[in-house]
Design a protein around this ligand. Structure first.
Ligand code: XCC
Ligand code: SF4
Length: 630
């Protein structure tokens, strides 16, 4: 296997420590220091039993004061907090999806944005019952964009995408009363239900939490993924690299960070503009290097092979290299710390969205209508900043790994088809994967997703769990910051097949894939829902019967809770390595870890010990196999 070796957590940390030394030199703050200052955390908040939704409070639940001033108990308070948390996440993902739909509305043959995957657009049109015969592809794109935007506010009916699920799942959703209506309505309902003097019954609050989550995964996020594919191309396998070593000492480094590919796609375009490259050269740089952080990175890696500099808790490190000319952000997961931090270096912190405005940043408004001009202005600002680099502060850790990414559902189906060489229609079926699972060559699958969180040694849970799973012949599909942890460690290098059990290793060799598959950003967890649905249909079983589980071992955001809720609601048992803030209510804990199973055939498991978390997932997968008689 040549000289292939995974990068260890210790190596990650060594690199970080070296960068923090530079930080100390220039008086920079860091999350590591702020964690210390914030410890110990507020216990009431941690347990979800602090209520501040009216000004009679804030009220906190203790033995002595078991009810807030209005009489709400711990269960009502924790339940309302959980629902509000979910609503925040659902709104965030869905609004990202809405932006994509608006961008789709601007496409034109000679505009900034075009239709790249017209076949996919036609497929969606058919799915939505839209006549495609004789229609211009751009006319169709505008029509679908309007239809999609109506999904956010339509007065009647439920989300269109729900029909992608197996009938059985749709029936469960209907009976449980969790089919999402208009996307915005589920977020509004959540806010309404949690206003002072409304719901305080955990069962009702949990039900709406699932429904609001569903409006994200089977609504807003699915719009985001599908129409991003239409405009920017449906991902297919592509080679790239990951970790800070992708930054280049002799080039202008532009880091794209955030989530919405409308921005990052344009930055990538203009970074290739000969005029900009010429400008860079005139300033002594050898070129322009774009690399990504967080989900924006996943978006452009999946479609363009743009290298991945790092994930959530690595964002400050990018600036600490002293070699970052600009960190260009759109929305979500952006540390406000980047403002003051960038001031310690020559780095320009460029904010672009009215949604994410921060002190100490240069705001350059980015809009779909003027995307080209805006992007060029941003790239120019970054390039010109190369002249201000302080050479004595530059240190780029020489850590990077090769990665093969780009596994959309379409790509997975096409790739795995080669395993059996069966003569099937590549747009159609996951049968080869089903065959591998049925025969036991692959024992099952884990969808591993989500963030980093300083509560967990960064990336260690993601990476250790992946290693354990693939060794046990369990294939892992990834998204978000979990995917980046894998790539940085080297698990997306095809040579990582040697870390697998014999069965999965064979599949990797035959299909020429890495043992962990990058499915994209966090909105792309909607891809995983489509894949699970397709697998269930092709196997002739319910989603909840598949030897498939979800896992977010280091999650931190509201979006992650919204995701967890729709993954569970889809019938996929979900394992968490960080506790949701509901532990102050045994009733809420009961509903989330057991009660909801009666509605959706799946529930949460929380386990903070990573070793045990892995064992629990493997045990669940094996249980499901036994139940299926395979
Ligand atoms: Fe954000 Fe999406 Fe979490 Fe990463 S995984 S920290 S939400 S970038 Ni989505
Ligand atoms: Fe206190 Fe009730 Fe107001 Fe919450 S809603 S702050 S529990 S009085």
């Amino acid at each position: 296997m040549g000289d292939f070796k995974l990068t260890t957590i210790e190596e990650f940390e060594e690199a970080t420590n070296r960068l923090l030394e530079t930080g100390a030199k220039v008086g920079a703050d860091s999350w590591q220091l702020r964690v210390k200052n914030q410890t110990p955390h507020c216990k009431f908040g941690e347990q979800g039993i602090c209520c501040r939704i009216c000004s009679m409070g804030p009220c906190r639940i203790t033995k002595k004061s078991p009810r807030g001033i209005c009489g709400c108990d711990a269960h009502g308070i924790a339940g309302r907090n959980f629902l509000r948390f979910t609503a925040g996440g659902a709104a965030t993902h869905s609004d990202h999806g809405r932006e994509i739909c608006h961008t789709l509305h601007t496409v034109s043959p000679d505009g900034n944005y075009k239709v790249k995957d017209s076949e996919k657009l036609r497929r969606i049109a058919k799915e939505w019952g839209v006549e495609t015969e004789g229609k211009d592809i751009y006319e169709l794109a505008h029509e679908l964009s309007e239809m999609a935007l109506l999904e956010y506010g339509k007065p009647f009916g439920v989300q269109r995408w729900l029909k992608r699920a197996p009938e059985h799942t749709q029936k469960l959703w209907h009976e449980a009363g969790i089919e999402p209506r208009a996307i915005d309505r589920e977020v509004s309902t959540a806010m309404h239900m949690t206003h002072m003097g409304n719901s305080s019954k955990p069962e009702a609050l949990v039900r709406q939490s699932l429904r609001a989550g569903m409006s994200d995964g089977w609504g807003g996020s699915m719009c985001g993924t599908e129409f991003s594919d239409v405009m920017f191309g449906t991902p297919k396998p592509v080679d790239t690299e990951a970790n800070l070593g992708v930054m280049k000492e002799d080039e202008v480094n532009i880091i794209v960070h955030g989530h919405d590919p409308s921005l990052s796609e344009m930055i990538c375009e203009y970074a290739e503009d000969p005029e900009m490259i010429q400008l860079a050269k005139s300033l002594g740089a050898n070129g322009i290097n774009v690399a990504g952080v967080c989900c924006t990175s996943n978006e452009v890696a999946m479609r363009r092979g743009i290298p991945m500099a790092g994930n959530f808790l690595q964002q400050e490190n990018v600036v600490l290299t002293g070699a970052c000319e600009a960190i260009v952000v759109d929305v979500q997961c952006i540390f406000p710390a980047l403002g003051p931090l960038s001031k310690c270096f020559h780095t320009k912190f460029i904010t672009t969205s009215p949604i994410a405005q921060m002190p100490d940043s240069d705001f350059i408004l980015f809009e779909a209508e003027t995307a080209g001009e805006n992007a060029k202005k941003i790239v120019r600002a970054a390039v010109e900043n190369f002249a201000n680099r302080k050479k004595e502060l530059v240190h780029i850790p020489q850590l990077k790994q090769k990665a093969t990414v780009g596994y959309s559902v379409e790509a997975i189906i096409k790739t795995l088809d080669t395993v059996t060489n069966s003569q099937i229609d590549v747009t159609g079926t996951t049968k080869p994967l089903v065959d591998c699972i049925t025969s036991g060559v692959i024992r099952g699958a884990v969808a591993m997703v989500g963030c980093n969180n300083p509560r967990v040694r960064p990336d260690s849970a993601h990476i250790e769990l992946m290693k354990k799973l693939i060794k046990n012949d369990i294939i892992v599909v990834l998204s978000g910051c979990s995917a980046q942890a894998a790539a940085r460690a080297g698990l997306m290098d095809k040579r990582a097949k040697d870390l697998c059990g014999a069965g999965l290793k064979r599949v990797c060799e035959l299909a020429d894939i890495p043992p962990v598959l990058h499915m994209g950003s966090c909105v792309d967890i909607s891809r995983m829902m489509v894949l699970a649905s397709q697998l269930a249909k092709d196997a002739g079983v319910n989603i909840s019967q598949l030897p498939l589980v979800g896992c977010a071992p280091e999650w931190m955001s509201e979006k992650a809770v919204s995701i967890g809720n729709y993954v569970v609601a889809t019938g996929i048992d979900t394992f968490l390595g960080v506790e949701p803030q509901v532990s102050g209510s045994d009733q809420m804990v009961h509903w989330l870890t057991e009660g909801i199973r009666d509605w959706v055939e799946a529930a949460y498991t929380v386990e903070l010990d990573i070793e045990k978390l892995g064992d629990a997932m493997i045990a669940r997968i094996e249980e499901k196999r036994v139940a299926l008689g395979i």
